[in-house]
Design a binder for this molecule. Structure first.
Ligand code: C2O
Ligand code: CU
Ligand code: CU
Length: 528
């Protein structure tokens, strides 16, 4: 029975060598171990930095939890601590777990030198507690949100949402996990749920580091237009991460907290994984996949069976297409080949094995016709501030380097960044304007159109189902309840409005490519 695992590791090695990453150190490590000692059972088999998980905090009815935004120190790269900002003094803030049927409070305390706020991405709360683009907390101030939870179990997240600087703030570290659990959902409770053991939160991001391990970020023309893409993948803030997993079924909670990168996910040995949940909760039934895309803002929960040994979570290049009239330009990712997000080192443990339930949530059937439902249309546009080809020619360098935000040797003076005009229905975000008025309790069809490039479209205060994408059926990973969806060309969404928001604190909908959001690809709506 040695054969399969031998083949597996050779294949993994070959891939790692071909890819030339994280895998880098693996052959050397293996050789070293052979020379000095026989493999001990607990010895790590994969080189890298042990993955750590954010601290899990249960919030109970009557609690007021202080979430402090403050400066912190963090090592993205091993032994290279740098200054960051974060919640609770950590780069990846605490994971806050909420129970359905309770209403704890969270007090945001601002110990930064600039205004901040916090938005509960995916949580259905009233507009005044949503922490969207309206309102901010001055340095030294605080703000308390009451989080009355009434929605299915799901993996959500929280992040800063100050208009015009969300990209930088999230890049600097103002993000964390938010979990909803439902004590009455027997299926959800039967899933692997031991935090950091068989229930692993994996917050996926990308950064470009200087030699001291400091993340670099610059709003160049290309970044403003296409979004920032980092060259190094990080998970829970750690590059070259290795996670220890038991040799059984493990739940991975995947969160895309990058500014612009769509993760193109697969397992290194191509093994099948089971998608069980998306943004807003469990699917009707598990879906077997070998690949899925996860756009900025989106979440997915997958089950991976490690009984056959370890593997790694990989992401492929996120090249993107930019269409301008008849001209289609492909903007290559700074990541030219698949890269490891995290390697899994599988070790035996004595805990009982979980099985995959055949059915998960009782999702309502989609309506056979949407005739009679109120429809709204949103066109997301990017009109370049400069001709992209001219900018490339002027810069005399490859576009991938441009979008990485990394400093590049330039033989000629760089063009000053020119912001593209990013709009929804021809308008740039105006916090003082109400763009749409929705009736409380309404179910509507929202049609989203992306003429130039794919945009991850996100709605605050509401969940939706994807009725169709690009004129066809939704992709397998877009069949559940969601709050964010990558709109390649067009998508039709069935949106349910179950939370209220008034004119003083309306909800927003926006592109979750953070430079686009900051540039004004965002609108407001009330629900009353
Ligand atoms: Cu992740 Cu407007 O939010
Ligand atoms: Cu683009
Ligand atoms: Cu966008």
């Amino acid at each position: 029975m040695n054969e399969p695992s031998t083949r597996l590791s050779r294949r993994t090695l070959l891939l790692a060598t071909a890819i030339g990453l994280g895998g880098l150190a693996a052959p050397a490590f293996a050789a070293k171990r052979k020379k000095h000692e026989p493999a001990r059972k607990a010895a790590p088999t994969v080189a890298g930095t042990p993955l750590t998980y954010p601290k899990l905090i249960d919030l109970r009815d009557g609690d007021t939890f202080d979430l402090v935004a403050e400066p912190a120190t963090h090592a993205f790269l091993k032994d290279k601590p740098v200054a960051v900002i974060g919640y609770g003094g950590t780069y990846m803030g605490p994971a806050l777990r909420l129970r359905r049927g309770t209403a704890p409070k969270v007090r945001l305390v601002n110990r930064l030198d600039r205004p901040t706020n916090v938005h509960w991405h995916g949580l259905l709360v009233e507009g005044r507690f949503d922490g969207g683009s309206h309102g901010g907390v001055a340095p030294g101030g605080d703000w308390t949100a009451r989080l009355a939870v009434d929605q299915p179990a799901a993996t959500l997240w929280y992040h800063a949402h100050v208009h015009g600087r969300t990209a930088e703030d999230v890049h600097d570290g103002l993000a964390g996990l938010l979990l909803v659990e439902d004590p009455n959902d027997a299926v959800a409770r039967a899933l692997p749920a031991t935090w950091g053991v068989d229930d692993l939160p994996l917050v996926l991001q990308d950064r470009t580091f200087d030699p001291d391990g400091r993340p670099l970020y610059e709003k160049t023309t290309a970044v403003l237009e296409h979004g920032f893409h980092g060259a190094t993948m990080i998970v829970n803030g750690i590059a070259d991460a290795v996670a220890r997993v038991p040799q059984r079924l493990v739940r991975l909670r995947l969160v895309n907290a990058s500014g612009s990168r769509t993760f193109r996910l697969f397992l290194e040995d191509q093994r099948t994984f089971r998608l069980i949940a998306t943004d807003a909760g469990l699917l009707g039934a598990p879906v077997d996949l070998t690949y899925m895309a996860l756009a900025p803002g989106e979440r997915a929960e997958i089950l991976v069976d490690f009984a056959e040994g370890g593997t790694a979570l990989m992401t492929g290049p996120d090249d993107h297409e930019h269409r301008s009239g008849a001209r289609i330009m492909t903007v290559p990712d700074v990541l030219a080949a698949p890269a490891r997000l995290v390697a899994f080192d599988a070790v035996a443990d004595a805990a009982p094995h979980h099985t995959v339930p055949a059915t998960l949530a009782a999702l309502p059937a989609l309506p056979r016709t949407t005739a009679g439902l109120k429809r709204r249309r949103f066109e997301l546009r990017v009109e370049p501030g400069v001709d992209p080809h001219a900018a490339m020619v002027h810069a005399g360098m490859d576009h991938a380097a441009m979008i990485s935000g990394a400093p590049v040797a330039r033989s000629i003076a760089p063009l000053a960044p020119v912001a593209p005009r990013v709009t929804i229905n021809g308008q740039v975000f105006d916090p003082g304007r109400i763009d749409e008025k929705v009736d409380f309790g309404a179910v509507e069809v929202w049609e989203i159109v992306s003429p130039e490039m794919a945009h991850p479209f996100h709605v605050h205060g509401a969940h939706f189902r994807v009725l169709g994408e690009d004129g066809g059926r939704p992709k397998a990973w877009n069949t559940g309840a969601k709050d964010t969806v990558l709109v390649e060309n067009s998508a039709e969404l069935l949106v349910t409005f179950a939370s209220r928001a008034d004119q003083a604190a309306p909800f927003v909908y926006h592109c979750h490519l953070l430079e686009h959001e900051d540039g004004g690809m965002m609108g407001t709506f009330t629900v009353a």
